[in-house]
Write a protein that binds this ligand. Sequence first.
Ligand SMILES: C[S@@+](CC[C@H](N)C(=O)[O-])C[C@H]1O[C@@H](n2cnc3c(N)ncnc32)[C@H](O)[C@@H]1O
Length: 503
Amino acid sequence: MSGEWKNKLYFGDNLEILREQIQTESVDLIYLDPPFNSQATYNILFAEKSGEQSAAQITAFEDTWHWGLEAEKAYHEVVTLGPRKLADLLQALRSFLGSNDMMAYLTMMAIRLDELHRVLKPTGSIYLHCDPTASHYLKLLMDAVFGYKNFLNEVVWYYRGAGTPKAARARRHDILLFYAKMKTMHFFDPDPIRQPYAEATVERFAHYIGNVRDGHDYGLQRLHPLGKHPDDVITHIQPIAPSAKARLGYPTQKPEELLEEIIKSSSREGDIVFDPFCGCGTTIAVAERLQRRWIGIDITHLAITLIKKRLQDTFGPELTPYAEIGAPEDYPSAEALATLNRHQFEWWALGLVEARPAQDKRKGPDTGIDGLIYFFDDQSGQAKKIVIQVKSGNVTVSQLRDLKGVMEREKAVIGVFITLKEPTKPMLQEAAAAGFYEPEYFPGRQFPRLQILSITDLLTGQEVQYPRVAPTATFKKAQRQPKGSDAKPQQNAIAWEDHNNEV
Ligand SMILES: C[S@@+](CC[C@H](N)C(=O)[O-])C[C@H]1O[C@@H](n2cnc3c(N)ncnc32)[C@H](O)[C@@H]1O
């Protein structure tokens, strides 16, 4: 591995980052699992706190790739400046589809796929994870960008599931479009992902099997000692069950076993694995475990916070140091984020104190809580609650009084007020007057009931003060895993839950 290299986790739009930060022909393997324009709002489910069933539903990201100015701009760029085949294809698709959401999605994908082609090494390969809603169009795009001659497989990931539509067969598969940058040069090793032979095959091969074709005897046929060559249908990997230990609460989290197959067969140790839509970081976590180098990008701070925590929980001190890029590092960049997108600022600020977002502001009335931390400080099994408010505008003492009201209503033992602007003197006095939380099991220990933390405080290492004895109950914890090619991924021992009585 090169001494200068650092694994990288980027916050931001992958198109911009690809263009500005990722060098031509620099990555060995790309896996992408872009959100499909399904009109759906994906909700992020955080760990349930003990004693309460309801989980906070926060919009992790919305598939908002609708036809609009941005799509029109990307379309014009590809048509005027992009590779000829891609430009021709996009124009044909537009005359077929019109200017609708599907066309917006395909345009936004086209411009990104072109960049991904640029950054892939000649020996590299790419897996585009999608489903049958758009896979047929995406395959055309991939043909236009990578060349149909470099098409390797349409891998079908077949899984169990619930729900049966009345008028059609149940949909039970995803598609992985697998292309090489150059089919004559790409790396592929089937050995780590060979499958056991069927019993009947083993039985048949227990006896002599001749191999005479066209009058020529090719000699004894043998089974490969490591198993059957992998074929293009994956049936032995299941989605992560909603209740499985491995589930971190990210709506579209993919199983580690799937990424393990891809990474083991299409890269070597030390290679650079790149996921430009990295979600809660499945690709990155597996790449880290399998001792590959990695680059991940996501556009939401929720994802970035989850990934950071997942890496820390999974690898602890064995985690290779990585660079986090694009997140605010100082007051001006925090202010810029707040101006650009208040929700992202809030998620980022909550991530700084390892709090989970409390509600989706775009849905339902504002409850006065932006974030929550749960912790245990006694033997009752009941988590204690910290409520958090995040402010990016001007702050006043009356907001602090409101927070006190919320604490009482929510039976929270501590309230935290995170503010971009420095607090006023009356605010500091109000906070001091709120007194202390004194946990029963920690005689003599006091924690301020009302804590004000400015962004500058947080960026210079200050933390929320509360009893930190056991792991907090805020996020689901990823299981600790050893590193190396033989290290096993998290098992999805629990089958997919059936929410539908029909089988
Ligand atoms: C389907 S999820 C990926 C899930 C991931 N494979 C996992 O196992 O967690 C898609 C992700 O793409 C991110 N995303 C959407 N548009 C993006 C963009 N333009 N740039 C970077 N990330 C983006 C979303 O925030 C979301 O986390």
